[in-house]
Design a protein around this ligand. Sequence first.
Ligand code: NAP
Length: 243
Amino acid sequence: MRLLLLGGTGEARALAARLHPGIDIVSSLAGRVPDPALPVGPVRIGGFGGVDGLARWLRDNGIGAVVDATHPFAATMTAHAAQVCGHLGLPHLVLARPAWDPGAARVVGSDVEAAEAVAQQGFSRVFLTNGRSGVAPFAGSDAWFLIRVVTAPDSDVLPVHHELLLSRGPYGYDDEYALLRDRAIDVLVTKNSGGELTSAKLAAAADLGVAVVMIDRPPLPAGVTTVSTVQEAVDWVAGLQVG
Ligand code: NAP
């Protein structure tokens, strides 16, 4: 049986390492970032061309099951995989890392709502970590922004006052603490990505009394089988082999 592993996350790479070479897997990356961290085993890169393209690709490549280990905010890819697997009757699993406890954070539903929350509360030194595609709603703000992204956003979506920090996690507590303190940040904007690779900023913000605006996750498609750990995904795949 050949398995498609929709990836782009640390969990997907860890799962590929557990399955390859015993299971015939193909990992798929969106191709958003140059020089992506690659999983072991065969990899394809780039969109499938919507639901029709995905259905065609699954058939053409003899795929017997799909594990979706994409980023929790990759809602379109996740919806497409659920729809197509349902239609084709393919076993389908979503591996979604646990969400962070928002604690005292202001929880909002979108990047736009996050920008509104920052403006309403009058914050002036913003640490923006919600990704390249989440910068545009802040473009008209007079506040100062530290914008941390893997690849630079287009210049026309950047707010007037900003510093661009091009980097990729993981990030440790001491560095996050120093960054928040040295830039005199008063609010951190983040997606609720979950996981440990980028959670240190939350602990540092809490210890420095920095406010947090947290963008809630999009809901998963109804009825999908979901696990939260790599081990559970390995067990699910092992069950397919037996069944
Ligand atoms: P998305 O909005 O769910 O996907 C948009 C399209 O990208 C999909 O319809 C699909 O194109 C293609 N795609 C996405 N993931 C793919 C994969 N693993 N393999 C092949 N094609 C894939 O996801 P997104 O645009 O990647 O990201 C949405 C949000 O998630 C952003 O806020 C981003 O910051 C965050 N995020 C994503 C990743 C990631 O690796 N995907 C990593 C970190 C953060 P077709 O319709 O043509 O098939």
